[in-house]
Ligand binder design. Structure first.
Ligand SMILES: Nc1ncnc2c1ncn2[C@@H]1O[C@H](COP(=O)(O)OP(=O)(O)O)[C@@H](O)[C@H]1O
Ligand SMILES: Nc1ccn([C@H]2C[C@H](O)[C@@H](COP(=O)(O)OP(=O)(O)O)O2)c(=O)n1
Length: 669
């Protein structure tokens, strides 16, 4: 997960491969609430692990519901059988509408029936998202609900006891958000001694989401009777009972980004998306039909789909998106690649989501250079030929970040390749914490377009530390090239090969069974992370690094680290020999005495024995050999920036390098 201020995406030219979708947010949060309110224990598999489900789980715990995560990631919830063991709780629900609305209804009804006082709040944007229609419906039943902020918006206090009047139909508006109706449907079974009728006022939007609600209620033993989309009856004596085990479908809205990716960039092999089938509960699965109408070639499997590019450019569409409001945002970005203007209507609900999505979408598309028109419930997007390099604001809206990542495929239109900045990319954590990492596993880019930042310098100058920290800030990969020379020296020692036997050491280097996993380094199956840091291995590395055939053998391997979205490479010759075209080259130095002291502290802290005078001698000898060897001697590249960090803290060094990076890559805002 990326918790960084911005992520620069290099220009992308294709996509292929397989993605496993995270669990559906809508299904996950509905199931959590139903499982908590029901009788019996429920094991929920493939539950979404993201911000919106985390706040729901926290809230359930504070309401006295016990749950635990199992070894396979599934969650087991002990149902409360419709009775809260606590009479007070304060629940913070972030920006999760799928938690706020149904919990408001559940707590209003339960506190009215059993007494108690409960508080619901969220982030500032949550307090701007309307809930009045639901509150009005609940007040109509006799529930006591206080607006603690602006009337009609969270935060709310729900208290009781208070008499409930359930003999008249419950009326709720359905034309702003279907979540109000969903909230009532999920929770009224708690008080359904007699049949309860819900009548919807206005034209119900997002009907597929209500279908999810009805289908999940049926799994919990409540069979709601429906007359059209206007009248719903919860039968007398309905009781929520756990079905025992449930599997959450993959998130169909999240699938939209990968369907779009396939439609745009899968010209050879398909993008295969696992976790949903054609008969998925989620309405957003119908996004696939919209993408097909724009030209995507889609083949369905039982629980997966394969997407390739069909028509190119994409075909413009005119579509009423009322049934696929979330996934429709993806169409707006696909429209940039179409053969004419596309018009999406029926999207008034965009205005009350994580942000005003119509305004946000129009603003950011225009920054890319597009012509966009917008109305209260529609948007029209013209295709784009000449793309501007820009920084996309994401408005704390996960879908803005995910949609706009697709703009990095602009070279497919023939426009000159350039990078694209996504601000606050971490906002995807709401529903898809690993979205960007997943995307990077599927996309292709010309290596020459993938940015590289080199940090070269002598031993113990702090290259590794600086490289890791800078890469973390940029969301980039790291190449610790010294580890490759160290691993070669270690492999030679294990194989009994003399370090000056150039052909045999080079042969070992050429097929080094080295791989990196979660910050650890493995030779074959063996974790050699710590062994590589031993001082004698460093000296051995310096010896094998002087052999031209070894350097040659490791060259290609080093180049292969240049992967989307970018690379920070640390070593001796990164800027001179391996990535001579790098955007920024830093040559890092510190006095020999400082470096010896740093290395001493580092070794001692890792449990190695060390002596400072010996280390100083060794590092001066190593500097001399690294500088004087004929093959790629240690020296700053001509265009390198020198950074002497003898008197700089690690933070100050990181700041300096990031400032240089920003200077090179300034973005229009
Ligand atoms: N600017 C700095 N100031 C103080 N100590 C530093 C600084 N940069 C790195 N160090 C410390 O010096 C030690 C050696 O750093 P390392 O990154 O391993 O160096 P290199 O990769 O150049 O051999 C580490 O313990 C690190 O925490
Ligand atoms: N790109 C590189 C990286 C390391 N080397 C050599 C020179 C170094 O003495 C050894 C070990 O490198 P490493 O960066 O791990 O060493 P330090 O952490 O700086 O002590 O490998 C090299 O020649 N070229």
């Amino acid at each position: 997960m990326l918790k960084i201020p911005y992520l620069d995406l290099p220009p992308l030219c294709g996509a292929a491969g397989t993605v496993r979708l995270p669990g559906s947010k809508s299904i996950s949060n509905r199931l959590l609430l139903l499982a908590a309110l029901a009788e019996g224990e429920t094991r929920i598999e493939q539950l979404l692990e993201a911000d919106d489900t985390a706040v729901m789980l926290d809230a359930l715990r504070s309401l006295g519901c016990a749950w635990h995560r199992n070894g396979d990631g599934s969650v087991t919830v002990q149902g409360l059988g419709g009775h809260l063991p606590v009479s007070q709780a304060d629940c913070f629900l972030g920006n999760a509408g799928t938690a706020m609305r149904p919990l408001a209804a559940a707590l209003a009804l339960l506190s009215a029936r059993d007494g108690g006082r409960f508080f619901l709040s969220g982030v500032a944007r949550m307090h701007e998202r309307p809930i009045r229609d639901l509150v009005d419906a609940l007040r109509g039943l006799g529930c006591q609900i206080e607006d603690l902020g602006q009337p009609g918006y969270p935060p709310l206090a729900l208290s009781g006891p208070a008499p409930l009047a359930l003999d008249q139909p419950v009326r709720v508006r359905g034309d702003v958000s279907s979540q109000f109706l969903t909230a009532l449907l999920l929770t009224l079974p708690l008080v359904a001694q007699r049949a309860i009728v819900i009548e919807v006022e206005g034209e119900l939007i997002s009907k597929p989401y209500v279908e999810i609600t009805l289908a999940l209620l049926a799994r919990f033993n409540v069979k709601v009777e429906r007359e059209g989309w206007q009248r719903f009856t919860i039968p007398a004596g309905s009781r929520l009972r756990s079905p025992g085990r449930l599997v959450v479908e993959g998130d169909a809205s999240a699938a939209s980004y990968f369907i779009a990716l396939g439609a745009l960039g899968a010209t050879q092999a398909p993008v295969r998306i696992e976790g949903i089938g054609r008969d998925a509960l989620q309405g957003d699965v119908r996004f696939a039909d919209a993408a097909a109408a724009m030209g995507a070639q889609i083949e369905w499997e039982d629980h997966a789909l394969r997407v390739r590019r069909g028509a190119w450019p994409l075909k413009a569409i005119q579509l009423d998106c009322v049934a696929i409001p979330d996934a429709a945002m993806t169409l707006a970005v696909m429209a940039l690649y179409a053969d004419g203007p596309s018009r999406l209507s029926g999207i008034a609900s965009w205005r009350v989501k994580e942000t005003d999505r119509i305004a946000a979408m129009a603003t950011e598309l225009r920054k890319l250079g597009a012509t966009v028109a917008e109305g209260p419930d529609w948007i029209e997007v013209h295709p784009l030929q000449s793309w501007r390099r820009t920084a996309i604001h994401t408005y704390d809206d996960h879908r803005m970040a995910m949609c706009f990542s697709l703009a990095a495929l602009h070279p497919l239109t023939g426009t000159p390749p350039q990078d694209l900045r996504i601000l606050d990319p971490g906002c995807v954590a709401k529903t898809f914490p690993d979205y960007f990492e997943t995307l990077f596993g599927l996309v292709q880019a010309d290596p020459a377009h993938i940015p590289v930042l080199c940090i070269d310098g002598p031993t113990a100058s702090g290259k590794g530390t600086l490289a890791d920290r800078v890469a973390d800030q940029l969301g980039y990969w790291v190449l610790d090239s010294g580890a490759l020379y160290r691993a070669t020296a270690l492999a030679a020692r294990c194989a009994g090969v003399a370090l000056d036997d150039e052909p045999r050491v080079a042969a070992l280097a050429a097929r080094l069974p080295l791989h990196f996993e979660a910050g650890r380094c493995f030779l074959d199956e063996e974790d050699v992370t710590d062994a590589l840091r031993a001082e004698e291995v460093g000296l051995g590395a310096s010896a094998v690094a002087a052999l031209p055939a070894v350097r040659q053998a490791l060259h290609q391997l080093q180049l292969s680290f240049r992967r989307v979205p970018g690379l920070v490479a640390d070593g001796r010759d990164m800027g001179v020999a391996i990535f001579p075209q790098a955007q920024l080259k830093v040559f890092l130095t510190a006095s020999a005495a400082q470096r010896a002291e740093r290395r001493y502290k580092q070794l001692i802290s890792k449990g190695f024995s060390a002596n400072i005078a010996g280390l100083l001698q060794d590092l001066e000898a190593r500097d001399a050999r690294d500088k004087s060897r004929s093959a790629s001697p240690l020296a700053p590249a001509q265009d390198a920036r020198l950074l002497d960090n003898s008197d700089l803290s690690i933070d100050a060094s990181v700041e300096q390098v990031l400032a240089w990076w920003d200077e090179k890559r300034a973005f229009a805002d």
